[in-house]
Design a protein. Structure first.
Length: 331
């Protein structure tokens, strides 16, 4: 099913709009928290909703292995299983098959691989990926229906990829092959031209990105959607993202710091707990510390995309971009 994508305002190449789905509107620019195994790690669905997230991402590879896509189907589908009633985007599973598994055979028809959990053998074909996502999990946006532009850092290859994808025609277009170690500068150089190769009337999704400054610079170049494990992964390790950059809450400098991470935030984790208390939780190895920092980080990423939407609508995105970059401390 093709979902209407309506662009309400532009400012330079930056754009804001709405992707409409039966389970709710997705405001763009949008950041999608990653719910790999039917959960955004260390968070309840109510916490995720309270941050302002319109959509989350589920992972075909992990769910097909555990608890199995068929079991999720028997239990009512992924939305009911995890108690999330907003849109879910699922990926094809291909990245995890390549990065996590012991590949035994790749053909035009399918990939045969060994599970990273127990070594059992599985076969994943395009048809099986579609069955898992659309029929068994009940995904709203099936990633295989987004054409994925590839080509590494080579402009000619990305142009060829884009043209071939448009010859087929897709509901949206993803930019793949970035956030794999090339660095911020190289990523931005690719984004100087890659989004412009894709249709302007379709959503553009930059996969696996990224740090807050990456999001802002990608939006400046015409990208609409993002996903990344960074907010929860870094939160579980004591890193908090703020308007002034990232901080390591375990540092001794916060031992007596009574200030919260963000006193103006609507998120309780950001507003109601002191840095000293958060540091104590991590030093004491209490699980609550991981929960609160994950919650804070997801809330910050949602606040960032909300601020970008507002800046684009008001025609001041360049000023926002400049001020944000000036405040971000190097990581």
């Amino acid at each position: 099913m093709a979902f209407p994508f309506e662009i309400s305002a532009t400012d330079g190449k930056a754009r804001t709009g709405v992707l409409k789905t039966p389970r709710g509107d997705i405001r763009t620019p949008a950041f999608m928290p990653v719910g790999t195994a039917a959960t955004v790690k260390a968070m309840t669905v109510d916490q995720v909703k309270d941050t302002g997230a319109d959509i989350i991402l589920g992972n075909t590879y992990h769910l097909m292995l555990r608890p199995s896509a068929e079991r999720v189907r028997r239990l009512g589908g992924l939305h009911k299983f995890m108690r999330w009633d907003k849109p879910i985007l699922t990926d094809s599973g291909g990245f995890q098959v390549m990065s996590l598994s012991g590949i035994s055979k790749v053909t035009e028809e399918a990939v045969t691989f060994a599970s990273h959990i127990d070594g059992s053998k599985h076969v994943l074909s395009p048809e099986r990926s579609m069955e898992i996502q659309a029929d068994l999990l009940g995904s709203d946006i099936v990633q295989v229906l987004f054409g994925i532009q590839q080509g590494s850092t080579f402009e000619n290859l990305r142009r060829e990829s884009s043209q071939r994808l448009q010859d087929i025609g897709f509901d949206g277009y993803a930019i793949g092959g970035l956030a794999v170690g090339e660095g911020h500068t190289a990523m931005c150089e690719v984004l100087d031209y890659a989004p412009d190769m894709l249709p302007a009337d379709k959503p553009r999704y930059l996969m696996g990105v990224g740090k807050p400054i990456d999001l802002v610079e990608a939006v400046a170049r015409g990208v609409d959607m993002f996903d990344c494990v960074l907010p929860t992964r870094s939160g579980r390790h004591g890193q908090a993202w703020t308007w002034d950059g990232a901080i390591n809450i375990k540092n001794a400098r916060y031992a007596d710091d009574e200030s919260p991470l963000d006193p103006g935030s609507a998120c309780s984790a950001s507003r109601d707990y002191s840095k000293a208390y958060l540091r104590h939780l991590f030093k004491a190895e209490e699980i609550l510390g991981q929960v609160l920092l994950s919650w804070h980080n997801i809330a910050f990423f949602q606040a960032l995309t909300s601020a970008m939407r507002e800046a684009i609508s008001e025609g001041r995105f360049e000023a926002f971009r400049r001020d944000f970059a000036a405040r971000q401390s190097p990581v």
